[in-house]
Design a binder for this molecule. Sequence first.
Ligand SMILES: Nc1ncnc2c1ncn2[C@@H]1O[C@H](COP(=O)(O)OP(=O)(O)O)[C@@H](O)[C@H]1O
Ligand SMILES: [Mg+2]
Length: 263
Amino acid sequence: MPDSASLSITCAGLTKIHDNGVAAVDALDLRFEAGRTTALIGPSGCGKSTLLRLVAGLDRPTTGTVGIAGLPPVQQARRGVISMAFQDPSLLPWLTLRKNVALARKLARQPADPRLVDELIALVGLEGFQETRPAALSGGMRQRAAIARALATRPQVLLLDEPFGAVDELTRRQLARDLPPLWQPLGTTTLLVTHSVDEAVLLADRIVVLSPRPARVVADLPVPLPHPRLPQLTETPAFRRIAARALQALAQGVGDNPALAAQ
Ligand SMILES: Nc1ncnc2c1ncn2[C@@H]1O[C@H](COP(=O)(O)OP(=O)(O)O)[C@@H](O)[C@H]1O
Ligand SMILES: [Mg+2]
């Protein structure tokens, strides 16, 4: 098992210019405190997935650095402390749901834990589908399976890239209530990319609003609401106030960009 110390993430002057010359991330300075959940919201194509891939060590920065507790992401990934769930979950088609989730622990060189695997499957609402193969699951169910798989290693760093895109609204709200209590006791540092402002307010301790490409920080908002965040919280004035500020920042970010304003 990885040690239980929480890991902070620091991006310093982080820049990524893709091979085709597209600047996706430009001189970003951001620090994500250990054990906290940060939602990243921003217009489509602004560089959110690129940022997450840099933090995961799946891509190398053009210039600048990412440090996870002071070490390069690739080194932390090798220790098995980083988990990621994408919008298009890459489950292995020939394995059952249970085996797909259990495989994550094997790949991270952690001992098997069938009880944890079944608990996580139940928690994402897929009880009864343990022996089902991915092709027989809906898109939303596959996304929930990917979340269970990401949590199966009890990660110190959890990177979620629009993980609820195909999940129906009701289930999404249930997951927003049930998931944070699962990773909070582990001290997991979580980055959640979403374009749902409500989802960001429900799940995160902090919302970073990004501008159109290349991403820069337009607003950095704390979410001082207690957990667990029940679905009805979305109707409260405190919730709506934070959501309105995030939306306003999003609109302002788009308006500030001369290229987009001219369109
Ligand atoms: N591997 C890549 N090669 C070239 N361009 C890329 C690559 N990945 C992303 N891009 C471009 O970088 C920009 C940011 O993409 P991305 O990080 O996926 O944005 P987001 O996740 O915010 O929608 C887009 O213009 C996209 O086309
Ligand atoms: Mg993306």
